[in-house]
Design a protein around this ligand. Sequence first.
Ligand SMILES: [Fe+2]
Length: 200
Amino acid sequence: MTDYKLIELPYNKEDLAPGISEQVVEWHHGTHHQGYVDGLNKAEQKLQEQREEEDFSATGSLLNSFTHNFCGNVLHDIFWENMSPEGGGKPEGELMDKIEEEFGSYENWKKEFKAAAGSASGWALLVYIPQRDELHNVAVDRHDEGAVWGAHPILACDVWEHSYYHDYGPKRGDFVDSFFQLIDWTTVQDNFMEISKTFN
Ligand SMILES: [Fe+2]
């Protein structure tokens, strides 16, 4: 059974300020993200115990817990890694070409992604769908409600209140504007190329 561990941040907790304060990064990574890792390990352990005991009475709720915590862990990994204190700017190369092909322009993509971040009760995602060779924006509630099968997130913006409320209050749009200034497009491009090479 895999023992899931909290990823280390690729920067110091204070480095994303003023876009995201040190306090929010500390709570978000150390408490909330850690909670999903712990919940995932606990769900996996309990599921294994159920199998060994051939007692499946709690399996339904454990599978729900697995999905919630697994998806939460995956998306938080992407979220932390797709930001950088040196972030901002625009995508380049193949990713920029694909964004312009799919959305008409980078500005169009950005407006649509911001709308997704405004409407979601969870996450705004830029996903790549290998079987159609398409990019798409997706608005997800919690960590998985509204997810798209076969799609791989390459960019994730967490719009749970724990992500921004301490810094921005109800002004979620201001947080999303700051997020754009923190996007590490090199990582997003790497995610895109890796998935594209794996499936195509
Ligand atoms: Fe979060």
